[in-house]
Design a protein around this ligand. Structure first.
Ligand code: V47
Length: 387
């Protein structure tokens, strides 16, 4: 029986008709056809999506791709972050986390015991991943890094170690005068599991010259990641957006990642990182809006056709926006992330961690099915599976 006022089923347009109408009205009909055919979008298409400002149309198209790739699943991981040091020689203008080497007494340089104690104090928590990132701090010996990975694996053999950005691997190779291959061999031998996606910033030379001149250029970031993938390590990729970069530069960044993924297939997920200006040299900039956060998730889902996963990192864009993003292209919301420091030192007002129940609630409220994953997107637990 129908309630009065309810339309007969045959009169309700199906979802793809609605999205087609949205896209056509937004002047994005050609892109809609490509999305439906699975045809790769061009640089110009990516730019047209951003420039359209049509979030509903772009988000709805991204949702089609998201559901095609990941159905109703929304992934999270139970993880912790470990930042052994914030002393850094790179002086990135966008960073509020680091303390320059010349003022190293204002930062921290934890020794091995101190780092391991961070892991030890969470032995009772059912975490499956530790995510390690730090500054480029010349005061550590080479063995610190391998001992750290080995020490964590000894304490918790079940824990996956996702450690150090491509920029840090380049630093290790140069600082210790070792071939990059050797560094990867040693770190894998110690128990390294994968690489996080940081250090990419925007893979465009103009942006590097302006705000992170001393960090590795795009070509080197891509080379380091290519080498990691050749060693069988998988990694993520990030893009720091919402500062001085243009839409063209964002799309350029995505196209470069897409090309490397065609070569290696080693990327697991893409994570747009929303810039937080507080306590940085760029604190005169406003940072991205919620609209931009959602648009960037959606555009990246549409451009990165060879990436399985797009992560809405709630720490940077707030749990509310991340939850909404689960219906506009994102299929992953990162994790419990206990004690995040990098964006909290740059003024983020989000919590430093969420409990698993809070994550489950967030995902269910968005109409998605929560899936606890491991670090390589294998399913560990389905929460709402129908028996
Ligand atoms: O590379 C630094 C960014 C990155 C700021 O792989 C900032 O799963 C915003 O890469 N405002 C490190 N962002 C963090 C990172 C990451 C995070 C979560 C998950 C994964 C993953 C990787 O943080 C840096 C830089 O791009 N960052 N300062 C800032 N003020």
């Amino acid at each position: 029986m129908r309630c009065s006022g309810q339309r007969p089923v045959e009169e309700i347009p199906n979802v793809s008709d609605v999205v087609e109408t949205l896209a056509r009205t937004a002047g994005l009909a050609d892109i809609y056809s490509k999305v439906m055919d699975g045809t790769r979008l061009t640089f110009a298409d990516g730019l047209a999506l951003y420039e359209s400002k049509e979030l509903m149309a772009v988000g709805a198209m991204a949702n089609i791709v998201r559901e095609r790739k990941n159905g109703n699943d929304a992934y999270f991981v139970r993880n912790m972050h470990l930042n052994p040091t914030n002393v850094c020689t790179v002086d990135c203008k966008f960073c509020g986390f680091y303390r320059p080497y010349r003022q190293k007494e204002q930062g921290w340089t934890w020794d091995l015991d101190r780092c391991l104690s961070e892991v030890r104090k969470r032995m009772d928590e059912p975490l499956t991943e530790v995510h390690i990132v730090g500054g480029h701090n010349p005061d550590y010996p080479y063995e610190f890094y391998t001992d750290l990975i080995r020490g964590i694996r000894e304490l918790r053999p079940e824990m996956h170690v996702k450690a150090f950005t491509a920029a840090e691997y380049d630093f290790f190779a140069k600082r210790f005068k070792k071939p990059l291959d050797q560094v990867f061999r040693d770190f894998i031998d110690a128990g390294l599991g994968s690489l996080p996606g940081g250090g990419a910033e925007v893979l465009v030379e103009r942006v590097r010259q302006e705000i992170y001149r001393k960090k590795i250029p795009a070509e080197r970031w891509l080379d380091v990641v290519r080498t990691a993938h050749e060693f069988g390590l998988r990694s993520n990729a990030t893009m720091l957006y919402g500062h001085i970069e243009t839409h063209e530069e964002r799309i350029e960044h995505m196209c470069r990642l897409r090309a490397l993924q065609d070569e290696t297939g080693g990327f697991m997920c893409f994570i747009p990182l929303a810039f937080h200006p507080e306590n940085t040299e760029l604190d005169h900039l406003p940072g991205p809006t919620g609209f931009d956060d959602l648009m960037t998730v959606a555009v990246s889902r549409l451009m990165l056709d060879n990436f399985d996963h797009i992560k809405a990192y709630w720490i940077m864009i707030t749990p509310r926006i991340a939850q909404t993003a689960l219906n506009m292209g994102a299929d992953c919301i990162d994790g419990t992330v206990v004690e995040e420091k990098i964006v909290h030192m740059a003024g983020a007002k989000t919590p430093v961690g969420l409990t698993m129940d809070e994550l489950l609630e967030l995902i269910r409220e968005a109409g998605r099915e929560p899936i606890q994953r491991d670090s390589e997107y294998n399913v560990l637990q389905r929460f709402d599976a129908v028996a």
